[in-house]
Design a protein. Structure first.
Length: 199
């Protein structure tokens, strides 16, 4: 892998892996990834599919082909359909966008399911454990633990071609403001990488 590809494993890949480690996801389980075309989302789709899950990705319609190519069985265009209103439920819901608090997602979780809030407001983080106790469903937000074993697994998957780096754009460090502007549009595909030149 190039350095640019390798850094996506460390960022999106290890974050996705750490959150999925919190859920008891078995082969054949159902996973919905909200924000499936972003950095953590593209990694989550791949890792969940690798675990044998049936994956539904939520993203913009223009990213349908990308998310399908990463292993999603189904893709929902958030601009065309509200997945919360379609009457399906899932074993795991991973929110990589930050617009899916427990109050909205709870009805779409199977009994004993898990809501993994990669992006959450302070209230969501502070109330996660209480909501888990009261609902019987795992609600997790905030920092996650990263392990050397997780990184080794991701490297193995990447080296064997079972995990693909998804890079939207690469910027030189001097152009960090431009990189942030692009990320802030909310429409990047996968990762935006900053290149630090050796001095």
């Amino acid at each position: 892998m190039t350095f640019e590809e390798a850094v996506t494993v460390v960022f999106g890949g290890i974050t996705a892996r750490a959150f999925l480690n919190r859920a008891a996801l078995a082969p054949g389980g159902t996973v919905l990834v909200n924000g499936a075309s972003g950095a953590v989302g593209t990694a989550t789709v791949q890792l969940a599919a690798e675990l044998g899950a049936r994956v539904t990705g939520v993203c913009g319609g223009g990213n349908r082909e990308l998310v399908t190519s990463l292993g999603a069985d189904r893709v929902i265009d958030y601009a065309e359909e509200d997945f919360l209103a379609e009457g399906r439920s899932y074993d795991v819901i991973m929110d990589c966008v930050g617009n899916l608090p427990f109050e909205r997602a709870a009805a779409c979780l199977n009994p004993g399911g898990a809501l993994l809030l990669v992006i959450s407001d302070l209230q969501g983080i502070l109330l996660a454990s209480r909501r888990s106790r009261k609902s019987g469903k795992l609600v997790t937000a905030g920092n996650v633990d990263y392990t050397a074993e997780d990184l080794a697994l991701l490297v193995d998957l990447a080296e064997s071609g079972r995990f693909r780096a998804v890079i939207d754009r690469t910027y030189d460090l001097a152009d960090v403001a431009l990189a942030h502007r692009h990320v802030d549009t909310g429409h990047k595909k996968g990762n935006v990488v900053l290149r630090v030149a050796a001095g």
